[in-house]
Design a protein around this ligand. Structure first.
Ligand code: FAD
Ligand code: MLT
Ligand code: ZN
Length: 502
């Protein structure tokens, strides 16, 4: 690959801010999923409302329909519940009092962060009390020498990244929803995202955590220590448990140094095999400076163009695109490495390379806005599977044939190539039963046959709870049930989510 063939094309600026549109009619989750039946929880009474107003204040207890509607429908507009009350605590003590009261009254609750979750976990299924963490948004401390941030759970990820950047640090995670998602939601879903390749899982980056249990007791594990082997690491229970074991109220996150030099390379490939070769050679020649490796197929590129007006910077179409990012502490060292990688490249046909922040942002927006573009199509079938990377894209090709003629609008594949994590997405203008039946459980069966995970990053929520057995053994599920019943004996915390209904 000759460096001269790498184009330095100017790109239009596109906002990565999430587009919310709640106008579309969303059927009630419980009317669509027949296995769901309301459990015998109490219903919220006027007396309960008075009690909540006593704990908070009337301005932080929302009961008017217009204030609640937006809290009952999820980002994908696939899930909707009939919640009648939203509570907005500001302190851990308030969360504790709320949960103590709800547990005694047998009122079910749903913790809610930025509402960007993609599996229906953050909205009620029936009439659960919604506990929004959005007012718990204090940054408690930033320690540059130790490289840690301590903050309340309701802080928005983008704001945290901006705050630690002022101290020469960065957040160890980044995702398309950064402008709306909260760190408590990220931790509770164990969100992966585009920096996973460099910084790994939140199971490692979360150094400490404070959570309120179902009965209102507070587990204060808000350590800033990097090393601590005193007994069981209980904070891990709350990471990725989607609000079913406790409400995360504060976290300590390890914040690595902010890279001084970032370069993004966006290349077009003739085949998925070539995309994989590109990843392999990037790993070999970029080594420690490779910080992200994402891919998207041409249908994803056409979709962001059609639905959002984004422009392909390569000028012409390729079956696959790979986005590589390098970040390091020495620009000229990194440039040298990237140049050698590009010159040696035989697995890609064309590409663009840039270190300019606005162009970097534009290239990332192509990849990060695929989810937003899909939303414009209508009904979503979203998947976040992980399988051996060599067979990852086979599923998209199989599904295209399988759903042909059944009313699908888009069937696209993109994802975190470096993590072996495929996002298969199929959309339709309206819900079509025949299409639904062609997709699920087939996708999960295919994944299980390859010993993959049916959820690499978004979690199970209400969408995938009934399918957990495709990725976990009966003893593992039994152990999860026993943890759940120990920590939440009445099952008030985010019921109907994660564990299958028996
Ligand atoms: P919510 O959606 O409000 O809640 C998610 C779950 O966590 C729910 O079960 C809820 O009950 C629970 N919860 C929320 N806050 C708390 C708390 N404080 N304590 C206990 N439980 C809580 N995910 C990835 O992994 N990688 C990606 O790259 C990625 N990209 C995305 C891009 C877009 C455009 C969108 C819309 C979503 C994306 N996601 C991604 C999904 C991801 O799960 C969320 O964006 C994010 O982690 C959820 O945070 P939130 O604050 O919005 O949580
Ligand atoms: C992404 O990687 O873009 C997100 O996980 C969202 C999605 O799956 O669409
Ligand atoms: Zn993702």
């Amino acid at each position: 690959m000759n460096l001269a063939r790498i184009l330095k094309t100017p790109l239009p600026i596109v906002s990565t801010k999430l587009l919310f549109c709640r106008a579309l009619h969303v059927p009630l989750t419980a009317s669509r999923l027949p296995h769901l039946h309301r459990k015998s929880f109490a219903k919220v009474t006027n007396d309960d409302i008075k009690q909540f107003e006593g704990i908070l204040s009337s301005s932080r207890v929302l009961c008017a329909e217009e204030d609640i509607a937006g809290h009952c429908t999820d980002w994908t507009r696939v899930f909707r519940g009939t919640g009648s009350i939203v509570l907005k605590p500001k302190t851990t003590a308030e969360v504790s009092e709320i949960l103590k009261y709800c547990n005694n009254r047998n009122l079910a609750v749903v913790p809610q962060g930025g509402l960007t979750g993609l599996v229906g976990g953050s909205v009620p299924v029936f009439d659960e009390v919604i506990i929004s963490l959005s007012l718990m948004n204090k940054i408690i401390k930033i320690e540059p020498l130790a490289g840690v941030l301590v903050c309340q759970a309701g802080c928005v990820l983008q704001r945290l990244n901006d705050a630690v950047a002022e101290h020469g640090m960065t957040m160890p995670l980044d995702l398309g929803a950064k402008g709306a998602c909260q760190i408590g939601g990220n931790v509770s879903t164990n969100a992966g995202g585009i920096r996973f390749l460099r910084y790994g899982s939140l199971h490692a980056s979360v150094l400490g955590l404070e959570a309120v249990m179902a009965d209102g007791s507070v587990v204060d594990n808000l350590s800033t220590l990097r090393k601590d082997n005193t007994g069981y690491d209980v904070k891990q229970l709350f990471i990725g448990s989607e609000g079913t074991l406790g409400i995360v109220t504060s976290v300590t996150i390890a914040t690595p140094p902010k890279p001084k030099a970032i370069t993004v390379c966006f290349v077009g490939c003739r085949s998925f095999a070539d995309a994989l070769k590109t990843y392999a050679s990037a790993k070999a020649s970029l080594g420690e400076i490779l910080s992200a490796c994402e891919f998207m197929d041409n249908d994803s590129m056409s979709l962001v163009k059609k639905n959002l007006g984004l422009v392909n910077p390569l000028g012409e179409s390729y079956p696959f695109y790979v986005l590589l990012e390098t970040s390091g502490s020495d620009g000229s060292h990194d440039e040298d490495k990237v140049t050698k990688f590009v010159e040696a490249g035989s697995s890609f046909e064309n590409g663009t390379l840039t270190s300019e922040p606005s162009k970097i942002k534009n290239i990332w927006s192509l990849r990060e806005n695929i989810a937003v573009a899909l939303l414009r199509d209508g009904v979503q079938h979203k998947f976040d599977i992980s399988v051996p990377v060599e067979c990852m894209y086979d599923l998209v090709e199989i599904m295209r044939k399988r759903v042909h003629g059944l009313g699908a609008v888009s069937c696209v594949g993109y994802g975190h190539l470096g993590d072996g994590n495929l996002h298969l997405n199929i959309t339709s203008r309206e819900r079509i039963e025949e299409l639904d039946n062609a997709i699920v459980p087939f996708v999960y069966e295919w994944t299980a046959q390859r010993k993959g995970s049916i959820s690499a990053e978004h979690g199970l929520g209400v969408q995938k709870s009934q399918y957990i057995h495709f990725s976990k053994t009966p003893p593992a599920i039994a152990l999860m049930r026993s943890i759940k019943s120990t920590l939440d004996p009445k099952g008030i915390l985010n019921p109907y989510k994660v564990l299958p209904i028996e």
